[in-house]
Write a protein that binds this ligand. Sequence first.
Ligand code: VAH
Length: 320
Amino acid sequence: MDSKILIIGACGQIGSELTFRLRQLYGDDKVVASDISYSNLDIVNSGIFEIVDAMDYSSVKTCVEKFNIDTVYLMAAMLSATGEKYPMKAWDLNMNSLFNVLNLAKSRFIKKVFWPSSIAVFGPSTPTQYTPQYTTMEPTTVYGITKQVGERWCEYYHSKYDVDVRSIRYPGIISWKTLPGGGTTDYAVEIYHEAIKYGVYECFLKPDSELPMMFMDDAIKATIDIMNAKAEAIKIRSSYNLAAISFSPEEIVTSIRKYIPDFKVAYKPDYRQDIANSWPKSINDSYARQDWKWKHRFSLDAITEEMIFQLSKKYNKSYI
Ligand code: VAH
């Protein structure tokens, strides 16, 4: 049987769009989507789908052997906001899933691994503007701690066991197909849906909370580009800084009002404000641009145009 790609966490915000893109690139029969439940029927009903418990080594190994998997994209994780509500569950899911996949690669059941890190690895003592690849990293969220420790384990498995694991520190990601779950940057997705549906939104961050962000199409391209790069081009085996744009809630509101002039927003910061305050405002991703020729495409206004266009169709509204 030809070797195949496995996406673990395929029902999630990034996992679902990554699954569709990989199927487009390599064929439906070369891509196995998996998750802990049938939570995204678009994914479940559009190709090979398996229930896999990322925290259970034998569950992952059974799927890898059943489909002759050689490449794994591990997209299952508990994100920053939910992780603060359930710290031990976040640690268990985010770490055990990584160890399971790294150990399968160490034992040569699989050849290549993608594992997502995040700008959440940075903390309040990190320089906030144009945050460098190498700098102080004192994350104050459980999610950020799991990503910082996970990066160290990825680098260790590469240097000690020659595991070909590649990683990106994702910024906040904006998409229209699948709602995100449990993140601090989720406001930047919710705001478009609420603007189109109701013309009003209650934002859980302050208007000037600038954060690094990226459109999903850019994130998917970066993910596939780093995995397709020659091994010798990947000089950083912890995780690469990756950036596109940075904006604040008030800037995204200004962009949306170009299509929905009377869009109204109320700002009611909650516990996620403290998380946002601990993260950088912008990221220096020069190593990714240098090592594997990364460059982003979507500006804030281009993101808004695409989000308004697609969500107007989804909700049968006519803003474009
Ligand atoms: C979160 N969307 O908000 C994720 C991401 C940089 C943020 O890691 O937790």
